[in-house]
Design a protein around this ligand. Structure first.
Ligand code: SF4
Length: 702
C-alpha cells in the first residue's frame, strides 16, 4: 500500500508526531520485491539523543500511502469528484466570499491544528483576520494545552511548555509526573527519567491508571479522575505543616502567598482530601514530603490534569507547589507542561488561537494590536477582536451563526467533545473547505478538499516541548498536485483581494515576517533565522537579535510586569463535583496509545502502526467487568448523557475500579468523543475530556 512514485532524497528530517520532535535519518534502500523500502533511523539531536519510538520509525509509511490525496476535489451532485486547483480554489473562495457578503465576515470560521508548522500557523491567523476579516479562528490545540497555557500565563506571566531543558531532568532529586504517561506518549523522553533515577531521584506518578510510566516510578498515586486540584492543594498543606516551604524565595520572587496560607488554615483535613481523591492519606503526605524536602525537583503535568473543567485551577495548584518550594529558575528544577502535538508549543504562539496575535501577543491589548498591525502594514482597526474557542465555534455553527468553515490540518468531527452535535453542525454548513493529506472523517463532509504536502515534502519550523525551534527540511518533492499549506493560503488570499499582504514565495519568507511580528513579544523569535537553524541544533526562544534563550526560564525574573510569580488560592469546595450516579456509575477518562497519534488520520494509514492497535478498547477493572458480565475481548457499549461509543473490553487490574479508560484515536462508532460532554473550563475553554460519567454494557452485536 506504499508508493514511491516521487523522487526521494536521503535526508535528515523530524518526526511529524509528538512534541519531542525526534530527528530522523530517512534513506531509500534497494527495492525489494518491487516494494519501496525506506530505512528510518534516529539521528542525534539535543532532545531525542538519537532515539526514535515506533511512531517515528514508521512515520514515512503514511506519507507514502496510496491513500494520500493527490488532487483537489469538489462536491458535485452530492459526490466529491476530481477538480483542478483553479476550480477548487475558485469554489473555496467563492463559498467564503459569498458567506461574508450575505451574513458578514464573522459568518466564516477558520479551524487550524497544532501540528502545522510555525509558518502555516502564523499565516492561517493572518489569513483569518485580514483576508477573511473574521474573528472566528481557533485550533485543536485548545483541547491540548489551553489549561496549562492559561495557568502558566497567570502564574508566571508567560506560557512555556517546559521551563527547563530536557538535559536538566537527570539533575532533579524528585520528579512529580501528574496526568502524564510519558512512556507511551513521548517514549524517547523516558531515558531522561531513568537517568534521574540512576542518580538517586525519586519519581512520583499521579494517574488513575498504573501506566508504563507508573511502573517506572517510586510512588504511584492512583487518583480518582477530576480531583487533581484537591490533591495538589492537600500536598501544599503538608508542605506548610512540615515547614518545607522556601520563605526567602516566596518573599523575593512571588506574591499572593499570604492568601494561600489563609486558605490552607481553612482547608479540609488531609483525610478528607484523601477520601475525595481516592488515594491513601499517607501516600499524599509522603509525596509532599519527598518533593518538599528534595534540594531540586520538577513537576510536570499533561492532559490528565489539564483536560478537566477545572484544569486551569488544577494546574495552578501544582504551580503553587513549585513556587512554595522555590523549585524553579535553577538547574534541576522547574515546571513542565508536556505538550502532545508535534508543534503544540509553536502552534499556539503565532496567532491561530482565538485570543492571540503572533509573538504571544494579546488580541485585546491596544499596544499589541498596533504593533502587529504595523508589521502587517494595516490599520489596527482592521484586526478583529477575540473570537471563541474551538468547541464554541461548533456551537455557533450549530446555531447558524457561522455558515462557512475552513479547516486546515485538523479533524474536528473526531477530536471535539459531544460529537453528535459537531456532526449535525458540520452538516448544516453552507460551505466546508478542508485542507488535508487524507480524506479524513471531516474531509468526507466537505464541499472542497485541498490536498496538502506531508512532513516529508514541506519545509518549515516547529517548536518542541522545551521551546526549542527546529527547522524541518523537505525530503522529496510534493506528490501529485499536493501544495504546501502556505501556498494555498497565499493563493486564496489573492483571490479574496488581499494578495498584497500575502506575497510570500517560501516558508522562509513567511518566517522572516513571523520573526518581525514576534519581536519584543513574550515568545520572541526575532533573532532566529533559517541560516542559524541550519548551523545550530535548534534555538530556544525567547531569542531577540542580541540575546538567545538558554532553555532555563525564570532564573531572575518572571514574565509579569513586576517580575514576580503569582500564587493562586481559590476555595476548593467544588473538588468533588464530578459525581457519578446510579445511571452512570463509572468515570470515563481517555488518552493516547503508543502506536497512534491524535485522531489517527495519519497513523491508521501506516500498516505497521495500524497492525499494533486495530480497534478501540475500553480498559476496565476485573471487579467492574464481573459486575457487568463483561469478559476480556468482548465488545462493549459505553453510554453517557451525550451519546455512546463501542470498543473492545480490556479487563485489567491496572485501573481504578470506579474508572474506565479509552484511547482517543478512532472515529466513527468507536470514537470516545461520542460520549464526552460539552462542559468547558470557564478559564480556558478546555473540555472536561477526563471525567465523563458513563455506564458500560456488554454489546451482543459483536
Ligand atoms: Fe519521537 Fe514523539 Fe516521534 Fe516518537 S512520536 S519518534 S517520541 S517525536
Amino acid at each position: 500500500s506504499l508508493s514511491l512514485d516521487v523522487p526521494f532524497f536521503s535526508k535528515s528530517t523530524q518526526c511529524p508526531f509528538c512534541s519531542v520532535q525526534c530527528k530522523i535519518r530517512l534513506e531509500r534502500l534497494e527495492e525489494k520485491n518491487e516494494r519501496p523500502e525506506i530505512s528510518a533511523r534516529g539521528e542525534n539531536n539535543a532532545a531525542s539523543e538519537g532515539r526514535l519510538c515506533v511512531k517515528g520509525q514508521n512515520a514515512h509509511q503514511h506519507a507514502l500511502s496510496r491513500e494520500r490525496l493527490l488532487h483537489p476535489m469538489i462536491r458535485r451532485d452530492g459526490k466529491l469528484v476530481r477538480a483542478t486547483w483553479e476550480e477548487a480554489l475558485t469554489a473555496a473562495t467563492g463559498l467564503l466570499a459569498s458567506s461574508s457578503e450575505a451574513y458578514g465576515p464573522d459568518s466564516v470560521g477558520v479551524y487550524g491544528g497544532g501540528s502545522l508548522s510555525n509558518e502555516s500557523a502564523y499565516l492561517l491567523g493572518k489569513f483569518a483576520r485580514l483576508a477573511l476579516g473574521t474573528k472566528y479562528i481557533d485550533y485543536n490545540g485548545r483541547f491540548c494545552m489551553s489549561a496549562a497555557a492559561s495557568a502558566g500565563s497567570k502564574t508566571f506571566g508567560i506560557d512555556r511548555g517546559l521551563t527547563f531543558r530536557l538535559s536538566d531532568i537527570p539533575r532533579a532529586e524528585c520528579i512529580v509526573l501528574a496526568g502524564t504517561n510519558v512512556a507511551e506518549c513521548q517514549p524517547t523522553l523516558m531515558p531522561y527519567f531513568n537517568r534521574a533515577r540512576e542518580n538517586g531521584a525519586c519519581i512520583i506518578v499521579i494517574d488513575p491508571r498504573a501506566t508504563a510510566t507508573a511502573a517506572a516510578s517510586d510512588l504511584h498515586l492512583p487518583i480518582r479522575p477530576g480531583t487533581d486540584a484537591a490533591l495538589a492543594s492537600g500536598m501544599l498543606n503538608v508542605l506548610i505543616e512540615e515547614g518545607l516551604i522556601d520563605e526567602a524565595f516566596i518573599a523575593e520572587r512571588t506574591r499572593g502567598f499570604d492568601e494561600l496560607k489563609q486558605r490552607a488554615l481553612r482547608q479540609m483535613p488531609l483525610s478528607e482530601t484523601a477520601r475525595i481523591c481516592g488515594v491513601d492519606e499517607q501516600a499524599i503526605r509522603r509525596a509532599a514530603i519527598l518533593y518538599g524536602s528534595a534540594r531540586t525537583g520538577m513537576i510536570m503535568t499533561a492532559r490528565g490534569v489539564e483536560q478537566q473543567t477545572d484544569g486551569h485551577l488544577a494546574v495552578r495548584e501544582f504551580l503553587n507547589l513549585v513556587l512554595a518550594t522555590g523549585k524553579i529558575g535553577r538547574e534541576g528544577c522547574g515546571y513542565g507542561a508536556i505538550t502532545g502535538q508535534g508543534n503544540g508549543q509553536g502552534g499556539r504562539e503565532h496567532g491561530q488561537k482565538a485570543d492571540q496575535l503572533p509573538g504571544y501577543r494579546s488580541i485585546e491589548n491596544e499596544a499589541d494590536r498596533a504593533y502587529v498591525a504595523s508589521v502587517w502594514k494595516v490599520d489596527p482597526d482592521r484586526i478583529p477582536r477575540a473570537g471563541v474557542s474551538a468547541y464554541e465555534m461548533m456551537e455557533k455553527i450549530h446555531r447558524n451563526e457561522i455558515r462557512t468553515l475552513f479547516v486546515m490540518g485538523s479533524n474536528p468531527i473526531v477530536s471535539n467533545p459531544n460529537v453528535s452535535l459537531v456532526e449535525e453542525a458540520l452538516k448544516k454548513l453552507n460551505g466546508l473547505i478542508v485542507a488535508d493529506m487524507f480524506l479524513s472523517e471531516t474531509a468526507v463532509l466537505a464541499d472542497v478538499v485541498l490536498p496538502v504536502t506531508s512532513y516529508m515534502e514541506n519545509e518549515g519550523t516547529l517548536t518542541n516541548l522545551e521551546g526549542r525551534v527546529l527547522l524541518r527540511e523537505a525530503a522529496r518533492p510534493a506528490p501529485g498536485e499536493c501544495r504546501h499549506d502556505w501556498a494555498i493560503l497565499c493563493d486564496a488570499a489573492a483571490r479574496l483581494g488581499s494578495g498584497d499582504l500575502f506575497s510570500f514565495d517560501s516558508a522562509e519568507s513567511i518566517f522572516d515576517e513571523l520573526r518581525a511580528a514576534s519581536r519584543g513579544g513574550r515568545a520572541d523569535y526575532s533573532g532566529i533565522t533559517y541560516a542559524r537553524l541550519r548551523r545550530e541544533e535548534g534555538i530556544y526562544w525567547p531569542c531577540g537579535e542580541q540575546e538567545s534563550g538558554s532553555g532555563l526560564m525564570f532564573e531572575k525574573t518572571f514574565g509579569h510586569v513586576d517580575g514576580l510569580a503569582v500564587f493562586s488560592s481559590p476555595e476548593q469546595e467544588e473538588a468533588d463535583a464530578k459525581a457519578v450516579s446510579a445511571d452512570y456509575p463509572l468515570l470515563l477518562t481517555n488518552g493516547r496509545v503508543l502506536a497512534h497519534y491524535l485522531t489517527g488520520v495519519q497513523t491508521h494509514r501506516s500498516p505497521t502502526l495500524e497492525a499494533r492497535e486495530v480497534a478501540n478498547f475500553l480498559e476496565l477493572h476485573p471487579a467492574a467487568a464481573k459486575k457487568m458480565k463483561i469478559r476480556d475481548g468482548d465488545w462493549v457499549q459505553v453510554v453517557s448523557e451525550a451519546g455512546e461509543f463501542y470498543a473492545r473490553g480490556r479487563v485489567t487490574d491496572k485501573i481504578r475500579e470506579d474508572t474506565v479508560f479509552a484511547p482517543m484515536h478512532w472515529g466513527g462508532i468507536q470514537n470516545v468523543n461520542r460520549a464526552t460532554l460539552p462542559d468547558l473550563d470557564p478559564n480556558c475553554k478546555m473540555p472536561g475530556f477526563k471525567t465523563t460519567p458513563v455506564r458500560v454494557l456488554p454489546y451482543a452485536g459483536s
